[in-house]
Design a binder for this molecule. Structure first.
Ligand SMILES: Cc1cc2nc3c(=O)[nH]c(=O)nc-3n(C[C@H](O)[C@H](O)[C@H](O)COP(=O)(O)OP(=O)(O)OC[C@H]3O[C@@H](n4cnc5c(N)ncnc54)[C@H](O)[C@@H]3O)c2cc1C
Length: 339
């Protein structure tokens, strides 16, 4: 069981800056995100796109913003739990008991939901029986490419992820690449490389085919793919990888007894607290009159929610407002020498 002053759900820009604000005022926090990387929409949806409305940064990409936010967190020791989704938030006396999809538990007086548009989930194969092999030999993301060495890997998809991984894994594995259309959505240079590797016999390409069924009892043995005319092919394979993009779902947040307005959580604008004491919502996921779904709004909301956490985390202390420029305590926390 992890005990912390505040648990942040979501490692997007809002979650990251909220972590900074909590640490600055001397509170501990841990961050959980469903994705395998930090940065939320900025990293997942537009890492290379320039943003022009972050205060005092005339222009930066989604990736640069994320890196800057992480740099700002460097003085602090913050534990990130990636590839893990918060599934349950339940009352436990005067605290909240949180459970994640990986079986981790947290006990905390404060939960800050910075869940954006909800958890990003991979779009999955339609045949139901695929679930039997999920996270074993049928995967939607790659954590360790070494497991594919010397194996047959069947990759589905027509975008950059499917193409890049086909090229990368073809160095040490036998690759079947399957796409339901003739045209690919990836960068032209990548598509050209795929065709070269097909000519060299390093990739077997099947276009206009889709997954029909999977065979195997404990272990995946083969799959059946079908084209639009109903012609079927059986492919022996050790692994299947599906890269069909991500869908955004509010997910488990909808079941935590919070007042919702469509797919957002209603909060007050003093503490950004929900209808449950000690549960706050900040960033894109929260709503209140005048809410702007902008990164800068999330920063402000996180700063206020962090201060609200102080009362429940340190009931016997009084929060004292201080400027970073002049506070010795804050400078100590940042590891900066005071003049
Ligand atoms: C193409 C595009 C361009 C944009 N351009 C701009 C711009 O120029 N300026 C601007 O200000 N804004 C812009 N935005 C909007 C901006 O990206 C969002 O306002 C911002 O990302 C919101 O940050 P967030 O931290 O609240 O949520 P997100 O960035 O969505 O992060 C939320 C995180 O929470 C995680 N999560 C959700 N539920 C759970 C759960 N149950 N358990 C674990 N993790 C969970 C998700 O996986 C996600 O990583 C743009 C958005 C898009 C899509």
């Amino acid at each position: 069981m992890n005990k912390t002053d505040a648990l942040i759900i979501g490692a997007g820009p809002t979650g990251l800056f909220t972590a900074h604000q909590l640490k600055l005022i001397g509170l501990n926090c841990e961050v959980v995100d469903n994705l395998d990387k930090i940065g939320g929409q900025c990293i997942e949806l537009y890492p290379d796109k320039p943003i022009y409305d972050i205060p005092a940064i005339p222009e930066c990409t989604g990736e640069e913003l994320t890196n800057n936010l992480l740099n700002q967190l460097k003085p602090f020791d913050i534990k990130f739990h990636l590839n893990d989704r918060v599934d349950e938030v339940k009352k436990d006396n005067d605290k909240w008991l949180i459970k994640t999809s990986n079986g981790k538990t947290f006990l905390t007086p404060n939960v800050i939901i910075a869940g954006g548009v909800g958890s990003f989930e991979p779009r999955k194969f339609s045949p139901k029986e695929c679930e039997r092999f999920e996270n074993k030999s049928l995967l939607y993301s790659i954590k360790d490419k070494k497991i594919f060495k010397g194996k047959t890997v069947t990759i589905f998809g027509g975008g950059d992820s499917a193409l890049d991984w086909s090229i990368e894994l073809s160095k040490d594995s036998k690759i079947n690449l399957i796409h339901r259309r003739d045209e690919f959505r990836g960068a032209q240079a990548t598509v050209n490389k795929i065709h070269e590797l097909v000519k060299e016999g390093k990739i077997n390409l099947y276009t206009k085919y889709q997954m029909s069924s999977v065979n195997g009892s404990d272990k995946l043995e083969s799959i059946v793919i079908k084209n639009d005319e109903g012609e079927a092919k059986i492919l022996d394979t050790d692994y299947v990888l599906g890269f069909f993009g991500l869908i955004m779902q509010l997910g488990p947040i909808a079941n935590w007894g919070l007042n919702l307005d469509k797919k957002t959580i209603q909060v007050d604008t003093e503490k950004f607290e929900t209808n449950q004491k000690g549960i706050y919502a900040v960033g894109d996921i929260c709503t209140y009159p005048g809410k702007l779904k902008l990164i800068l709004s999330g920063f402000h909301e996180g700063a206020l929610a962090a201060r609200a956490c102080f009362k429940l985390a340190r009931p016997n202390e009084k929060y004292r407002f201080e400027f970073t420029t002049s506070s010795k305590t804050i400078k100590n926390r940042l590891g900066v020498k005071s003049d």
